[in-house]
Design a protein around this ligand. Sequence first.
Ligand code: FES
Ligand code: FE2
Length: 431
Amino acid sequence: MLSEHDNELLTRIGPGTPMGTLLRRFWIPVLLTEELPEPDGEPVAVRIMGEDLVAYKDTNGKVGLLDGYCAHRHAHLYWSRNEECGLRCTYHGWKYDTEGNCIDMPNEPAESNFKDKIKINSYPTREWGGAIWAYMGPPELMPPELPQFEWARVADNQRIITKRLQESNWAQAVEGGIDSSHISFLHGGKPPAIANLPENQTVSTRDTSPRFWISHRDFGFAAAARRNAPEEQYYWRITPYLAPWYTIIPGGAAENRSLSGHAWVPIDDTHVFTFTMTWNPSRPITDEERETHLKGFGVHTEVDKVMPRWELKISNGYTPIRNMSNNYMVDFEERRLRTFTGIKGISEQDMSIQESMWPMVPRWKEHLGTTDKAIIEFRKLVMGMARDLLEGKEPEFPHTPDAYRVRSAAVTIGRDIAWEEGSAEVMKARV
Ligand code: FES
Ligand SMILES: [Fe+2]
């Protein structure tokens, strides 16, 4: 349970807020590279961290991420022309380079030096791992290296990366990602299947009340859920939470296993882009796997990429096909007969819950139990960092990029073995 005051601290991410200031110390994935496929292509309007921005790839392939509005009369630069190394506003022709400098002002007299006084805000960008990243914090504190996620380090053909728009605050989305006890319910079969689970659920998730442990790491923490398994063993599902908003879904122990993870990037206080990554460290993703994932019934979601969301100042909406406005196409018959929710798709099941909690969870109304350890830990960690920063203490996670080379795990080990030890090898990224 949080006080209303602390809930504000956790959830508000606009410029100048304590959490917004903290999150801007990290490199932020803002777009998929597929959104800016070529030099001089069309610009993209995007809202990130409560700021309306425009992104474009200039003639030389350099990505600019600028204030979304023209300095002249506040026209949105989504409508501008991307040509000859700059974005030219289509209202009166002012033109901006990737640093936001006004480099041409054709509606002013040729002898005027007015343009030299005009500059709009811009953020440094990198293109890596299928995403365009931005750094939105103080320039002198920019981490030189991006977090070294295995999903970003593998070759492009070994990765699927998608995104979807979610109508909720970022923090409750992260909390959904580290909430390990919901999988036996929300993503499971129909009751009374909880007592008598269907074939497709593993023996090990039949224990519906796991116990939880947390281990702090230099990427954030590892949350371990322990369930009883036969033959004097425990089944451990270990979810890394990587500051400030990444998780890796627990699954498997094989060295060449495919893994999936998420990033929840705030659009504003009440919307978030969920990036989903699936990767295989040792081979390309097959066409069949890609097709299955992109159908969107698993962790990836079927979306309408191009429908704009102008109420949010976003040109590529990436809005899920099954969404709040159509009740996620729930099938109540299906819910009576087969599944716990009647909603198709793991992410849509998550969305139906996370969006239902109000755009921002009123955390002072909650009653957290023993399975909510990871959620409590997440709040402590990010709120602690935000408070520290208010007192001048910089966060360390943006500067430990190699610590992010980590995997999730799902392992069955003897009851006498400590989980940190029993999972250490399995949690190392190989790429
Ligand atoms: S509003 Fe952009 S040039 Fe006038
Ligand atoms: Fe889930």
